[in-house]
Design a protein around this ligand. Sequence first.
Ligand code: BG6
Length: 605
Amino acid sequence: MCGIIGYTGSDAAVPVLLDGLKHLEYRGYDSAGIAIQTDAGLTMIKTSGKVDNLAAKAAVTEGLEGVCGIGHTRWATHGTPNDINAHPHMSADGRFAIVHNGIIENYLELKKDLEKKGIVFASETDTEVIVQLLAYYYDGDVRRSLMRTIRRLEGSYAIAVLCAEDPGTVYAARMSSPLIVGLGSGENFFASDITALIQHTKDVIDLEDGETAEIRVSGVRIFDRYGAETKREPRHILWDIAAAEKGGYPHFMLKEIMEQPQALQATLEPRIKNGRIHLDEVELDMAKFNRILITACGSAYHAGCVGRLVIESLCRIPVEVEVASEFRYRNAVIDEKTLVIVISQSGETADTIAALKEGKEKGASTLAICNVVGSSIAKLADQVIYTWAGPEIAVATTKGYVTQLIVLDLFAVWAAEKLGRLDEKTYGKLVKEIRALPSKAQRALDLSSGVGRLAKSYHEKSSLFFIGRNLDYAVAMEGSLKLKEISYLHSEAYAAGELKHGTIALIEPGRLVVALCCCERLYEKTASNIEQVKARGADVLAVAPESNRKIYGEADHVLQVPDTADLFEPVIEIIPLQLLAYYVALENGCDIDKPKNLAKSVTVE
Ligand code: BG6
Protein backbone atom coordinates (compact mmCIF):
# COMPACT_ATOMS: atom_id res chain seq x y z
CA MET A 1 0.00 0.00 0.00
CA CYS A 2 2.93 2.32 0.63
CA GLY A 3 6.35 2.70 -0.95
CA ILE A 4 9.81 1.99 0.45
CA ILE A 5 13.25 2.88 -0.96
CA GLY A 6 16.63 2.26 0.71
CA TYR A 7 20.02 3.24 -0.76
CA THR A 8 23.67 2.82 0.01
CA GLY A 9 26.41 3.80 -2.47
CA SER A 10 28.69 6.69 -3.32
CA ASP A 11 26.15 9.17 -4.69
CA ALA A 12 24.31 11.71 -2.55
CA ALA A 13 21.40 9.74 -1.10
CA VAL A 14 18.77 12.51 -1.11
CA PRO A 15 18.24 12.77 -4.90
CA VAL A 16 18.29 8.98 -5.27
CA LEU A 17 15.66 8.57 -2.56
CA LEU A 18 13.44 11.40 -3.86
CA ASP A 19 13.62 10.01 -7.39
CA GLY A 20 12.71 6.56 -6.11
CA LEU A 21 9.73 7.98 -4.22
CA LYS A 22 8.60 9.87 -7.34
CA HIS A 23 8.46 6.56 -9.16
CA LEU A 24 6.28 5.18 -6.38
CA GLU A 25 3.73 8.02 -6.55
CA TYR A 26 1.39 6.08 -8.83
CA ARG A 27 0.64 3.76 -5.91
CA GLY A 28 -1.25 6.50 -4.15
CA TYR A 29 -0.12 7.98 -0.82
CA ASP A 30 -0.77 10.85 1.52
CA SER A 31 2.62 11.65 3.07
CA ALA A 32 6.34 11.07 2.42
CA GLY A 33 9.69 11.23 4.16
CA ILE A 34 13.39 10.36 4.07
CA ALA A 35 16.13 9.67 6.64
CA ILE A 36 19.84 10.05 5.87
CA GLN A 37 22.91 8.76 7.66
CA THR A 38 25.14 11.83 8.04
CA ASP A 39 28.38 12.53 9.91
CA ALA A 40 26.25 14.06 12.66
CA GLY A 41 24.00 10.99 12.98
CA LEU A 42 20.56 10.31 11.49
CA THR A 43 18.72 13.26 9.92
CA MET A 44 15.07 12.96 8.93
CA ILE A 45 12.61 15.13 7.01
CA LYS A 46 9.01 14.23 6.28
CA THR A 47 5.76 15.88 5.30
CA SER A 48 2.11 15.22 4.59
CA GLY A 49 1.17 15.62 0.95
CA LYS A 50 3.26 14.99 -2.14
CA VAL A 51 6.90 14.06 -2.78
CA ASP A 52 7.33 17.52 -4.31
CA ASN A 53 6.58 18.99 -0.87
CA LEU A 54 9.30 16.76 0.55
CA ALA A 55 11.77 17.79 -2.16
CA ALA A 56 11.06 21.44 -1.42
CA LYS A 57 11.71 20.80 2.27
CA ALA A 58 14.97 18.97 1.46
CA ALA A 59 16.13 21.88 -0.68
CA VAL A 60 16.09 24.20 2.34
CA THR A 61 17.27 21.73 4.99
CA GLU A 62 20.92 21.72 6.07
CA GLY A 63 22.80 18.60 7.12
CA LEU A 64 21.33 16.08 4.67
CA GLU A 65 24.67 15.20 3.13
CA GLY A 66 25.10 11.43 3.13
CA VAL A 67 25.37 8.40 0.86
CA CYS A 68 23.05 6.09 2.73
CA GLY A 69 19.37 6.53 3.52
CA ILE A 70 15.77 5.33 3.44
CA GLY A 71 12.56 6.85 2.08
CA HIS A 72 8.82 6.18 2.26
CA THR A 73 5.48 7.14 0.78
CA ARG A 74 2.65 6.40 3.21
CA TRP A 75 -0.95 5.34 2.55
CA ALA A 76 -2.38 5.86 6.03
CA THR A 77 -3.89 2.90 7.84
CA HIS A 78 -3.29 3.89 11.51
CA GLY A 79 -3.25 7.59 12.29
CA THR A 80 -4.28 10.44 10.02
CA PRO A 81 -1.89 11.55 7.28
CA ASN A 82 0.18 14.35 8.82
CA ASP A 83 3.82 15.33 9.35
CA ILE A 84 4.08 13.41 12.62
CA ASN A 85 2.56 10.15 11.40
CA ALA A 86 4.52 10.24 8.14
CA HIS A 87 7.49 7.86 7.94
CA PRO A 88 10.40 7.53 8.72
CA HIS A 89 10.03 7.15 12.47
CA MET A 90 12.98 7.61 14.83
CA SER A 91 13.63 5.79 18.10
CA ALA A 92 13.48 8.04 21.18
CA ASP A 93 17.28 7.74 21.56
CA GLY A 94 17.83 8.90 17.94
CA ARG A 95 19.81 5.76 17.21
CA PHE A 96 17.43 4.18 14.68
CA ALA A 97 15.19 5.31 11.83
CA ILE A 98 12.60 3.05 10.20
CA VAL A 99 10.15 2.96 7.29
CA HIS A 100 7.41 0.31 7.17
CA ASN A 101 4.73 -1.11 4.90
CA GLY A 102 2.04 -3.33 6.37
CA ILE A 103 -0.10 -3.49 9.52
CA ILE A 104 1.20 -4.53 12.97
CA GLU A 105 -1.88 -6.06 14.55
CA ASN A 106 -0.52 -6.24 18.12
CA TYR A 107 0.98 -2.76 18.13
CA LEU A 108 -1.23 -1.43 20.92
CA GLU A 109 -0.15 -4.21 23.32
CA LEU A 110 3.54 -3.64 22.45
CA LYS A 111 3.11 0.13 22.76
CA LYS A 112 1.63 -0.18 26.23
CA ASP A 113 4.56 -2.41 27.32
CA LEU A 114 7.08 0.12 26.05
CA GLU A 115 5.26 3.08 27.59
CA LYS A 116 5.36 1.26 30.93
CA LYS A 117 9.13 1.16 30.47
CA GLY A 118 9.13 4.93 30.13
CA ILE A 119 9.36 5.21 26.37
CA VAL A 120 7.55 8.25 25.00
CA PHE A 121 5.91 7.93 21.60
CA ALA A 122 5.66 10.78 19.12
CA SER A 123 3.06 9.38 16.70
CA GLU A 124 -0.21 7.40 16.49
CA THR A 125 1.31 4.86 14.12
CA ASP A 126 1.85 1.14 14.50
CA THR A 127 5.24 1.64 12.79
CA GLU A 128 6.78 3.66 15.61
CA VAL A 129 6.32 0.67 17.92
CA ILE A 130 8.78 -1.32 15.80
CA VAL A 131 11.58 1.24 16.00
CA GLN A 132 11.10 1.87 19.72
CA LEU A 133 11.15 -1.88 20.37
CA LEU A 134 14.29 -2.23 18.26
CA ALA A 135 16.02 0.49 20.28
CA TYR A 136 14.89 -1.22 23.48
CA TYR A 137 16.36 -4.58 22.36
CA TYR A 138 19.52 -3.09 20.85
CA ASP A 139 22.64 -4.81 22.26
CA GLY A 140 25.23 -3.55 19.77
CA ASP A 141 24.32 -6.07 17.03
CA VAL A 142 21.68 -4.44 14.81
CA ARG A 143 20.59 -7.50 12.86
CA ARG A 144 20.34 -9.68 15.95
CA SER A 145 18.30 -6.99 17.71
CA LEU A 146 16.13 -6.63 14.60
CA MET A 147 15.44 -10.38 14.55
CA ARG A 148 14.48 -10.24 18.22
CA THR A 149 12.16 -7.33 17.45
CA ILE A 150 10.34 -8.89 14.51
CA ARG A 151 9.69 -12.03 16.54
CA ARG A 152 7.39 -9.91 18.74
CA LEU A 153 5.42 -8.56 15.76
CA GLU A 154 2.08 -9.98 14.60
CA GLY A 155 0.83 -8.88 11.19
CA SER A 156 2.52 -7.80 8.00
CA TYR A 157 5.66 -5.75 7.48
CA ALA A 158 8.28 -4.74 5.02
CA ILE A 159 10.75 -2.59 6.93
CA ALA A 160 14.01 -0.78 6.23
CA VAL A 161 16.16 0.48 9.09
CA LEU A 162 19.15 2.81 9.56
CA CYS A 163 21.36 2.72 12.66
CA ALA A 164 23.39 5.82 13.54
CA GLU A 165 26.22 3.57 14.80
CA ASP A 166 26.42 1.55 11.58
CA PRO A 167 27.15 3.98 8.73
CA GLY A 168 26.67 2.76 5.17
CA THR A 169 24.37 -0.10 6.09
CA VAL A 170 20.63 -0.45 5.56
CA TYR A 171 18.85 -3.31 7.31
CA ALA A 172 15.55 -4.85 6.22
CA ALA A 173 12.99 -7.47 7.19
CA ARG A 174 9.97 -8.86 5.38
CA MET A 175 6.72 -10.60 6.35
CA SER A 176 3.67 -10.67 4.02
CA SER A 177 4.56 -7.37 2.39
CA PRO A 178 6.85 -7.23 -0.67
CA LEU A 179 10.46 -6.08 -0.32
CA ILE A 180 13.22 -6.49 -2.89
CA VAL A 181 16.98 -5.99 -2.96
CA GLY A 182 18.38 -4.13 -5.98
CA LEU A 183 21.97 -5.02 -6.91
CA GLY A 184 23.74 -2.03 -8.45
CA SER A 185 27.35 -1.47 -9.35
CA GLY A 186 29.03 0.13 -6.35
CA GLU A 187 25.61 0.72 -4.87
CA ASN A 188 22.72 -1.37 -3.56
CA PHE A 189 19.06 -0.78 -2.90
CA PHE A 190 15.97 -1.94 -1.04
CA ALA A 191 12.50 -1.22 -2.40
CA SER A 192 8.91 -2.33 -1.95
CA ASP A 193 8.38 -2.12 -5.68
CA ILE A 194 10.56 -2.52 -8.71
CA THR A 195 9.59 0.90 -10.07
CA ALA A 196 11.57 2.62 -7.28
CA LEU A 197 14.90 1.21 -8.45
CA ILE A 198 14.48 -0.04 -12.03
CA GLN A 199 16.24 3.06 -13.42
CA HIS A 200 19.35 2.00 -11.45
CA THR A 201 19.34 -1.77 -11.80
CA LYS A 202 17.27 -4.62 -13.20
CA ASP A 203 18.95 -7.27 -11.06
CA VAL A 204 16.86 -7.92 -8.01
CA ILE A 205 16.35 -10.46 -5.23
CA ASP A 206 12.89 -10.88 -3.70
CA LEU A 207 13.12 -11.22 0.07
CA GLU A 208 10.94 -14.00 1.43
CA ASP A 209 8.75 -14.04 4.53
CA GLY A 210 10.78 -14.17 7.74
CA GLU A 211 14.01 -13.09 6.09
CA THR A 212 16.21 -10.20 7.19
CA ALA A 213 18.87 -8.58 5.06
CA GLU A 214 21.56 -5.95 5.13
CA ILE A 215 22.95 -3.96 2.22
CA ARG A 216 26.31 -2.18 2.02
CA VAL A 217 28.34 -0.84 -0.89
CA SER A 218 30.38 -4.03 -0.58
CA GLY A 219 27.34 -6.24 -1.09
CA VAL A 220 24.19 -7.82 0.27
CA ARG A 221 23.68 -10.45 2.98
CA ILE A 222 20.37 -12.30 3.45
CA PHE A 223 19.40 -14.37 6.51
CA ASP A 224 16.57 -16.80 7.00
CA ARG A 225 14.08 -16.66 9.86
CA TYR A 226 16.54 -18.62 12.05
CA GLY A 227 19.41 -16.21 11.39
CA ALA A 228 21.33 -18.49 9.01
CA GLU A 229 22.84 -16.69 6.03
CA THR A 230 21.37 -17.79 2.70
CA LYS A 231 22.62 -17.28 -0.82
CA ARG A 232 20.01 -16.20 -3.38
CA GLU A 233 20.41 -15.82 -7.12
CA PRO A 234 19.18 -12.45 -8.48
CA ARG A 235 16.57 -12.33 -11.21
CA HIS A 236 16.75 -9.93 -14.14
CA ILE A 237 13.71 -7.68 -14.74
CA LEU A 238 12.55 -7.53 -18.34
CA TRP A 239 9.91 -4.82 -17.82
CA ASP A 240 10.27 -1.16 -18.57
CA ILE A 241 9.34 1.43 -15.96
CA ALA A 242 5.78 1.95 -17.22
CA ALA A 243 5.02 -1.77 -17.12
CA ALA A 244 6.68 -2.09 -13.71
CA GLU A 245 4.27 0.43 -12.16
CA LYS A 246 1.49 -1.98 -13.06
CA GLY A 247 3.34 -4.96 -11.67
CA GLY A 248 3.79 -6.26 -15.19
CA TYR A 249 0.06 -6.02 -15.99
CA PRO A 250 -1.01 -3.98 -19.06
CA HIS A 251 -3.50 -1.93 -16.99
CA PHE A 252 -3.99 -0.97 -13.37
CA MET A 253 -7.52 -2.33 -13.57
CA LEU A 254 -6.30 -5.84 -14.39
CA LYS A 255 -3.64 -5.59 -11.65
CA GLU A 256 -6.31 -4.53 -9.16
CA ILE A 257 -8.69 -7.31 -10.24
CA MET A 258 -5.88 -9.80 -9.67
CA GLU A 259 -5.05 -8.22 -6.29
CA GLN A 260 -8.56 -8.88 -4.95
CA PRO A 261 -7.69 -12.03 -2.96
CA GLN A 262 -4.93 -10.11 -1.18
CA ALA A 263 -7.13 -7.03 -0.68
CA LEU A 264 -9.88 -9.22 0.81
CA GLN A 265 -7.37 -10.96 3.06
CA ALA A 266 -5.87 -7.66 4.25
CA THR A 267 -9.35 -6.33 5.04
CA LEU A 268 -10.45 -9.52 6.77
CA GLU A 269 -7.37 -10.77 8.64
CA PRO A 270 -7.16 -8.29 11.53
CA ARG A 271 -10.91 -8.60 12.15
CA ILE A 272 -11.29 -12.33 12.73
CA LYS A 273 -9.49 -13.77 15.77
CA ASN A 274 -10.06 -17.25 17.23
CA GLY A 275 -13.13 -17.74 15.08
CA ARG A 276 -14.82 -14.55 16.19
CA ILE A 277 -15.39 -11.23 14.41
CA HIS A 278 -13.79 -8.21 16.09
CA LEU A 279 -14.85 -4.79 14.85
CA ASP A 280 -12.86 -2.95 17.52
CA GLU A 281 -13.23 0.30 15.59
CA VAL A 282 -17.02 0.22 16.01
CA GLU A 283 -18.91 1.25 19.14
CA LEU A 284 -22.59 0.83 18.24
CA ASP A 285 -25.48 -0.37 20.35
CA MET A 286 -27.35 -2.15 17.57
CA ALA A 287 -30.37 -2.68 19.82
CA LYS A 288 -31.22 1.03 19.68
CA PHE A 289 -31.83 1.03 15.90
CA ASN A 290 -35.20 0.22 14.33
CA ARG A 291 -33.97 0.81 10.77
CA ILE A 292 -30.82 1.10 8.74
CA LEU A 293 -30.33 3.27 5.68
CA ILE A 294 -27.41 2.73 3.33
CA THR A 295 -26.47 5.50 0.94
CA ALA A 296 -23.63 5.85 -1.61
CA CYS A 297 -22.86 6.43 -5.28
CA GLY A 298 -21.85 4.27 -8.23
CA SER A 299 -20.31 0.94 -7.39
CA ALA A 300 -20.42 1.81 -3.70
CA TYR A 301 -24.21 2.06 -4.07
CA HIS A 302 -24.23 -1.37 -5.67
CA ALA A 303 -22.25 -2.68 -2.70
CA GLY A 304 -24.96 -1.15 -0.54
CA CYS A 305 -27.62 -3.06 -2.51
CA VAL A 306 -25.83 -6.27 -1.57
CA GLY A 307 -25.30 -5.12 2.02
CA ARG A 308 -28.97 -4.32 2.45
CA LEU A 309 -29.98 -7.91 1.69
CA VAL A 310 -27.27 -9.46 3.86
CA ILE A 311 -27.83 -7.19 6.88
CA GLU A 312 -31.63 -7.42 6.73
CA SER A 313 -31.49 -11.18 6.32
CA LEU A 314 -29.32 -11.68 9.41
CA CYS A 315 -30.21 -8.76 11.70
CA ARG A 316 -33.96 -8.66 11.02
CA ILE A 317 -33.87 -4.85 11.00
CA PRO A 318 -35.49 -3.08 8.00
CA VAL A 319 -32.71 -1.87 5.69
CA GLU A 320 -33.14 0.59 2.82
CA VAL A 321 -30.55 1.60 0.25
CA GLU A 322 -30.62 4.74 -1.85
CA VAL A 323 -28.24 6.65 -4.13
CA ALA A 324 -26.80 9.56 -2.22
CA SER A 325 -27.80 12.12 -4.85
CA GLU A 326 -31.46 11.16 -4.29
CA PHE A 327 -31.36 10.66 -0.53
CA ARG A 328 -29.85 14.05 0.15
CA TYR A 329 -32.86 15.88 -1.32
CA ARG A 330 -35.64 13.60 -0.09
CA ASN A 331 -36.08 15.05 3.39
CA ALA A 332 -36.17 11.44 4.60
CA VAL A 333 -37.92 10.51 7.82
CA ILE A 334 -34.98 9.37 9.92
CA ASP A 335 -34.08 9.95 13.55
CA GLU A 336 -31.85 8.78 16.41
CA LYS A 337 -33.18 5.25 15.96
CA THR A 338 -31.78 5.14 12.42
CA LEU A 339 -28.31 3.95 11.54
CA VAL A 340 -27.08 5.59 8.35
CA ILE A 341 -24.28 3.67 6.64
CA VAL A 342 -22.33 5.54 3.95
CA ILE A 343 -20.01 3.66 1.62
CA SER A 344 -17.24 5.37 -0.29
CA GLN A 345 -13.91 4.15 -1.67
CA SER A 346 -12.39 7.63 -1.90
CA GLY A 347 -14.19 9.16 1.06
CA GLU A 348 -14.51 12.37 -0.97
CA THR A 349 -17.61 11.91 -3.17
CA ALA A 350 -19.61 15.13 -2.85
CA ASP A 351 -23.07 13.54 -3.00
CA THR A 352 -22.15 10.98 -0.37
CA ILE A 353 -20.67 13.64 1.91
CA ALA A 354 -23.88 15.63 1.59
CA ALA A 355 -26.00 12.55 2.34
CA LEU A 356 -23.87 11.84 5.41
CA LYS A 357 -24.38 15.41 6.65
CA GLU A 358 -28.13 15.06 6.05
CA GLY A 359 -28.22 11.91 8.16
CA LYS A 360 -26.27 13.55 10.99
CA GLU A 361 -28.46 16.66 10.94
CA LYS A 362 -31.53 14.45 11.42
CA GLY A 363 -30.02 12.79 14.47
CA ALA A 364 -29.07 9.43 12.95
CA SER A 365 -25.97 7.54 14.03
CA THR A 366 -23.56 7.30 11.12
CA LEU A 367 -21.11 4.60 10.07
CA ALA A 368 -18.73 4.99 7.11
CA ILE A 369 -17.15 2.17 5.10
CA CYS A 370 -14.19 3.79 3.42
CA ASN A 371 -10.82 3.01 1.81
CA VAL A 372 -8.98 6.23 2.58
CA VAL A 373 -7.83 6.94 6.14
CA GLY A 374 -8.49 10.49 7.21
CA SER A 375 -10.74 11.27 4.20
CA SER A 376 -13.62 13.71 4.58
CA ILE A 377 -16.23 10.97 4.99
CA ALA A 378 -14.04 8.99 7.41
CA LYS A 379 -13.61 12.09 9.56
CA LEU A 380 -17.24 13.21 9.38
CA ALA A 381 -18.92 9.90 10.27
CA ASP A 382 -19.42 8.91 13.91
CA GLN A 383 -17.78 5.55 13.21
CA VAL A 384 -15.66 4.21 10.34
CA ILE A 385 -14.68 0.74 9.18
CA TYR A 386 -11.82 0.88 6.72
CA THR A 387 -11.45 -1.40 3.75
CA TRP A 388 -7.74 -2.15 3.47
CA ALA A 389 -7.74 -2.60 -0.31
CA GLY A 390 -4.76 -0.30 -0.71
CA PRO A 391 -4.74 2.57 -3.21
CA GLU A 392 -6.99 1.94 -6.20
CA ILE A 393 -5.67 3.65 -9.32
CA ALA A 394 -8.05 2.50 -12.07
CA VAL A 395 -11.15 4.70 -12.28
CA ALA A 396 -13.45 1.67 -12.40
CA THR A 397 -13.38 0.19 -8.94
CA THR A 398 -12.86 -3.55 -8.45
CA LYS A 399 -10.91 -4.35 -5.25
CA GLY A 400 -12.55 -1.31 -3.64
CA TYR A 401 -16.00 -2.81 -4.33
CA VAL A 402 -15.29 -6.37 -3.16
CA THR A 403 -13.65 -5.16 0.06
CA GLN A 404 -16.75 -3.04 0.71
CA LEU A 405 -18.78 -6.23 0.34
CA ILE A 406 -16.67 -8.19 2.78
CA VAL A 407 -16.86 -5.39 5.34
CA LEU A 408 -20.65 -5.39 4.95
CA ASP A 409 -20.66 -9.16 5.42
CA LEU A 410 -18.50 -8.87 8.54
CA PHE A 411 -20.69 -6.09 9.90
CA ALA A 412 -23.92 -8.04 9.23
CA VAL A 413 -22.71 -11.14 11.08
CA TRP A 414 -21.15 -9.07 13.88
CA ALA A 415 -24.36 -7.04 14.34
CA ALA A 416 -26.65 -10.09 14.15
CA GLU A 417 -24.58 -11.77 16.86
CA LYS A 418 -24.78 -8.64 19.02
CA LEU A 419 -28.56 -8.65 18.56
CA GLY A 420 -28.78 -12.29 19.61
CA ARG A 421 -30.07 -13.32 16.19
CA LEU A 422 -27.50 -16.08 15.65
CA ASP A 423 -26.92 -19.28 17.58
CA GLU A 424 -23.27 -20.22 18.07
CA LYS A 425 -23.39 -22.91 15.37
CA THR A 426 -24.77 -20.58 12.71
CA TYR A 427 -22.39 -17.82 13.76
CA GLY A 428 -19.41 -20.14 13.51
CA LYS A 429 -20.52 -21.38 10.08
CA LEU A 430 -20.93 -17.85 8.75
CA VAL A 431 -17.53 -16.76 10.06
CA LYS A 432 -15.96 -19.82 8.46
CA GLU A 433 -17.59 -18.98 5.13
CA ILE A 434 -16.35 -15.38 5.28
CA ARG A 435 -12.82 -16.53 6.09
CA ALA A 436 -12.81 -18.67 2.95
CA LEU A 437 -13.69 -15.79 0.63
CA PRO A 438 -10.13 -14.61 -0.21
CA SER A 439 -9.11 -18.09 -1.39
CA LYS A 440 -12.41 -18.48 -3.25
CA ALA A 441 -11.75 -15.16 -4.95
CA GLN A 442 -8.46 -16.61 -6.16
CA ARG A 443 -10.28 -19.69 -7.48
CA ALA A 444 -12.81 -17.45 -9.24
CA LEU A 445 -9.89 -15.72 -10.98
CA ASP A 446 -8.46 -19.10 -11.97
CA LEU A 447 -11.86 -20.29 -13.27
CA SER A 448 -12.27 -17.11 -15.34
CA SER A 449 -9.27 -17.69 -17.56
CA GLY A 450 -11.55 -18.19 -20.60
CA VAL A 451 -13.34 -14.85 -20.33
CA GLY A 452 -11.03 -13.21 -22.85
CA ARG A 453 -12.20 -15.62 -25.58
CA LEU A 454 -15.87 -14.91 -24.80
CA ALA A 455 -15.21 -11.17 -24.98
CA LYS A 456 -14.08 -11.55 -28.58
CA SER A 457 -17.57 -12.71 -29.56
CA TYR A 458 -19.40 -10.22 -27.35
CA HIS A 459 -17.50 -6.98 -27.86
CA GLU A 460 -19.68 -5.75 -30.73
CA LYS A 461 -23.04 -6.38 -29.06
CA SER A 462 -25.15 -3.24 -29.22
CA SER A 463 -26.90 -3.66 -25.89
CA LEU A 464 -26.90 -6.28 -23.17
CA PHE A 465 -29.06 -7.27 -20.22
CA PHE A 466 -27.74 -8.43 -16.86
CA ILE A 467 -30.50 -10.28 -15.03
CA GLY A 468 -30.76 -11.84 -11.60
CA ARG A 469 -32.88 -12.15 -8.49
CA ASN A 470 -32.18 -10.92 -4.95
CA LEU A 471 -28.38 -10.85 -4.42
CA ASP A 472 -27.82 -11.82 -8.05
CA TYR A 473 -29.76 -8.73 -9.14
CA ALA A 474 -27.60 -6.54 -6.88
CA VAL A 475 -24.47 -7.99 -8.47
CA ALA A 476 -26.02 -7.62 -11.95
CA MET A 477 -26.12 -3.86 -11.32
CA GLU A 478 -22.37 -3.79 -10.72
CA GLY A 479 -21.64 -6.11 -13.65
CA SER A 480 -23.64 -3.84 -15.94
CA LEU A 481 -21.92 -0.68 -14.70
CA LYS A 482 -18.44 -2.21 -15.11
CA LEU A 483 -19.21 -2.99 -18.77
CA LYS A 484 -20.71 0.43 -19.47
CA GLU A 485 -18.01 2.49 -17.78
CA ILE A 486 -14.97 0.91 -19.43
CA SER A 487 -16.18 -0.57 -22.75
CA TYR A 488 -18.92 2.03 -23.48
CA LEU A 489 -21.32 -0.78 -24.50
CA HIS A 490 -24.83 -0.03 -23.33
CA SER A 491 -26.20 -2.55 -20.88
CA GLU A 492 -28.95 -2.70 -18.28
CA ALA A 493 -29.34 -4.65 -15.07
CA TYR A 494 -32.87 -5.97 -14.64
CA ALA A 495 -34.67 -7.92 -11.96
CA ALA A 496 -35.13 -11.28 -13.69
CA GLY A 497 -38.68 -11.68 -12.40
CA GLU A 498 -39.65 -8.25 -13.68
CA LEU A 499 -38.43 -8.74 -17.26
CA LYS A 500 -41.74 -10.23 -18.42
CA HIS A 501 -43.57 -7.05 -17.37
CA GLY A 502 -42.55 -5.06 -20.44
CA THR A 503 -38.83 -5.03 -21.05
CA ILE A 504 -38.81 -8.54 -22.51
CA ALA A 505 -40.17 -6.80 -25.63
CA LEU A 506 -36.57 -5.78 -26.28
CA ILE A 507 -35.29 -9.34 -26.36
CA GLU A 508 -34.64 -10.38 -29.93
CA PRO A 509 -32.38 -12.90 -31.70
CA GLY A 510 -28.77 -12.26 -30.82
CA ARG A 511 -29.49 -10.07 -27.79
CA LEU A 512 -26.93 -10.97 -25.14
CA VAL A 513 -28.37 -11.68 -21.71
CA VAL A 514 -26.00 -12.29 -18.79
CA ALA A 515 -27.91 -14.36 -16.26
CA LEU A 516 -26.58 -14.46 -12.69
CA CYS A 517 -27.54 -17.77 -11.12
CA CYS A 518 -25.54 -17.89 -7.89
CA CYS A 519 -28.46 -17.46 -5.49
CA GLU A 520 -29.12 -21.18 -5.36
CA ARG A 521 -32.44 -21.02 -3.54
CA LEU A 522 -33.84 -19.00 -6.46
CA TYR A 523 -32.11 -20.89 -9.26
CA GLU A 524 -35.22 -22.57 -10.65
CA LYS A 525 -36.91 -19.17 -10.95
CA THR A 526 -33.96 -17.66 -12.78
CA ALA A 527 -33.72 -20.74 -14.98
CA SER A 528 -37.27 -20.10 -16.15
CA ASN A 529 -36.32 -16.52 -16.99
CA ILE A 530 -33.46 -17.90 -19.05
CA GLU A 531 -35.93 -20.09 -20.93
CA GLN A 532 -38.14 -17.04 -21.56
CA VAL A 533 -35.34 -15.01 -23.15
CA LYS A 534 -33.92 -18.01 -25.01
CA ALA A 535 -37.38 -18.58 -26.51
CA ARG A 536 -37.05 -15.11 -28.02
CA GLY A 537 -33.63 -15.78 -29.50
CA ALA A 538 -31.35 -14.32 -26.83
CA ASP A 539 -27.77 -15.51 -26.34
CA VAL A 540 -27.40 -16.35 -22.68
CA LEU A 541 -24.17 -16.18 -20.70
CA ALA A 542 -24.74 -17.56 -17.20
CA VAL A 543 -22.65 -17.08 -14.06
CA ALA A 544 -23.16 -20.09 -11.81
CA PRO A 545 -21.54 -22.06 -8.98
CA GLU A 546 -19.31 -24.97 -10.00
CA SER A 547 -21.74 -27.47 -8.47
CA ASN A 548 -24.56 -26.36 -10.79
CA ARG A 549 -24.44 -28.76 -13.73
CA LYS A 550 -28.05 -28.12 -14.88
CA ILE A 551 -27.11 -24.66 -16.12
CA TYR A 552 -25.23 -26.23 -19.03
CA GLY A 553 -28.57 -27.35 -20.45
CA GLU A 554 -30.00 -23.84 -20.15
CA ALA A 555 -27.34 -21.31 -21.15
CA ASP A 556 -25.18 -20.92 -24.25
CA HIS A 557 -22.06 -20.18 -22.18
CA VAL A 558 -21.32 -20.55 -18.49
CA LEU A 559 -18.84 -18.73 -16.28
CA GLN A 560 -18.23 -20.87 -13.20
CA VAL A 561 -17.51 -19.51 -9.73
CA PRO A 562 -16.69 -21.44 -6.54
CA ASP A 563 -19.61 -22.48 -4.37
CA THR A 564 -20.09 -20.43 -1.21
CA ALA A 565 -22.95 -19.44 1.08
CA ASP A 566 -25.61 -17.55 -0.92
CA LEU A 567 -25.23 -14.50 1.32
CA PHE A 568 -21.53 -14.08 0.50
CA GLU A 569 -21.59 -15.18 -3.14
CA PRO A 570 -21.57 -11.57 -4.47
CA VAL A 571 -17.95 -11.17 -3.36
CA ILE A 572 -17.06 -13.98 -5.75
CA GLU A 573 -19.56 -13.79 -8.61
CA ILE A 574 -18.60 -10.24 -9.57
CA ILE A 575 -15.09 -11.37 -10.50
CA PRO A 576 -15.84 -12.96 -13.91
CA LEU A 577 -18.01 -9.95 -14.75
CA GLN A 578 -15.14 -7.56 -13.96
CA LEU A 579 -12.94 -9.57 -16.30
CA LEU A 580 -15.66 -9.70 -18.97
CA ALA A 581 -15.90 -5.90 -18.91
CA TYR A 582 -12.09 -5.62 -18.99
CA TYR A 583 -11.64 -7.91 -22.02
CA VAL A 584 -14.56 -6.41 -23.96
CA ALA A 585 -13.05 -2.97 -23.38
CA LEU A 586 -9.68 -4.32 -24.51
CA GLU A 587 -11.27 -5.63 -27.72
CA ASN A 588 -12.83 -2.22 -28.25
CA GLY A 589 -9.51 -0.43 -27.75
CA CYS A 590 -10.82 1.66 -24.86
CA ASP A 591 -8.71 3.63 -22.36
CA ILE A 592 -9.39 1.13 -19.62
CA ASP A 593 -7.74 2.85 -16.65
CA LYS A 594 -9.05 6.30 -17.52
CA PRO A 595 -12.47 5.89 -19.24
CA LYS A 596 -13.85 8.93 -21.03
CA ASN A 597 -16.00 11.37 -19.00
CA LEU A 598 -15.28 9.57 -15.70
CA ALA A 599 -13.36 10.53 -12.55
CA LYS A 600 -12.07 8.27 -9.80
CA SER A 601 -13.95 10.38 -7.33
CA VAL A 602 -16.53 13.04 -8.14
CA THR A 603 -15.80 15.64 -5.51
CA VAL A 604 -18.20 18.15 -7.08
CA GLU A 605 -21.98 17.93 -7.48
C1 BG6 B 1 -17.52 7.37 -9.42
C2 BG6 B 1 -16.48 6.31 -9.71
O1 BG6 B 1 -17.05 8.60 -9.86
O2 BG6 B 1 -17.80 7.44 -8.04
C3 BG6 B 1 -17.04 4.98 -9.30
O3 BG6 B 1 -16.18 6.29 -11.11
C4 BG6 B 1 -17.38 5.03 -7.83
O4 BG6 B 1 -16.08 3.95 -9.55
C5 BG6 B 1 -18.30 6.21 -7.49
O5 BG6 B 1 -18.03 3.82 -7.47
C6 BG6 B 1 -18.35 6.41 -5.99
O6 BG6 B 1 -17.06 6.76 -5.58
P1 BG6 B 1 -16.61 6.52 -4.05
O7 BG6 B 1 -15.20 6.94 -3.99
O8 BG6 B 1 -17.52 7.36 -3.20
O9 BG6 B 1 -16.82 5.05 -3.78
